[in-house]
Design a protein around this ligand. Sequence first.
Ligand code: C2O
Length: 347
Amino acid sequence: YGVGYPLAANLSACHPSFTDANRPTNCCPLRRDADQRVIDFELPKLVQSPLRVRRAAHLLNNEYIAKYQRAVAIMKSLPSDHPHSFFRQANNHCLYCTGSYDQVNSSFLFKIHRSWLFFPWHRAFLFFHERILGKLIGDDTFALPYWNWDNPDGMVMPEFVNEGALNNEQRDYTHLPSNVADLNYHVGEIRRQPEQQVAVNLAFMYHQMVSGAKKPDLFLGCKLTAGPEGACNGPGTIEGAPHNTLHTWVGSGLNPERENMGAFYSAARDPIFYPHHANIDRLWEVWRKLRESAVPDFTESAWLDSSFTFYDENLRFVRIKVRDCLDIAKLGYAYQNIDLPWLQARP
Ligand code: C2O
């Protein structure tokens, strides 16, 4: 393998890995994924599966919230070795984020952060997660809400994630509602007045989405390809912040790595991970529309043919490629349209 080849995980070698702070962890499933039959992803047949509309979390009605709570409660009640269990879902993130797999044909670890694999991997992860949740409640229109933190009305944690199955004790209690999030948070608080924080956030969003993200590499991250020669470490604007920064902002300051949300290995154990990432995924769409570009962000096979595996809602073990993840209409979902107040916040 030389420079420029797509990445895939060597499923036969799931192994213990390390947390961000270099502590050992192990998120491999007990039943080896290598023993599963892998099938290639096929787009959903949309005649049978209606479009799922992902809505802004702060606009959900009680009925929708109850449905979402119920789906996650059922997921949490499944035995921890079930691929649909909340535990295994969360560990999917751990697998690909801490380097539990080697790359195919290499002893180099496969990791999907801080590069152009960030957006597509998380899109695929949420795609399957959402369909599993829908399956668990027998609703094939179910869609994850998005935490609309780029909008002043959504800049606090959604209230309902602090209740029921969506609650998680491992959060920074000084950041619970109604504290306005600092989208560019770094440990060691800058305490601003709410209105001032909102203004700072909007100007920051303008930079991350527009002035600082004029080229695909700036927005999506550096071009990671197979093998040690293909290594790179350069997150896109949004991945760096608000993505990473909000992970840190939500995670508990009482834990060594600000678990759950503050560390790769534990982040997806907090149910807020999913609405957070739905917004990240939505912003990828928003950015593409702002560019008015009809072509894919990158045309290299090293990107388009990189692949990941997930269990789908029918318990099939599916290989999905980046090229399969580029058109959300074909994936059968859409985002509720909402104002982009940061577009007017050019500093
Ligand atoms: Cu894979 Cu929000 O991180």
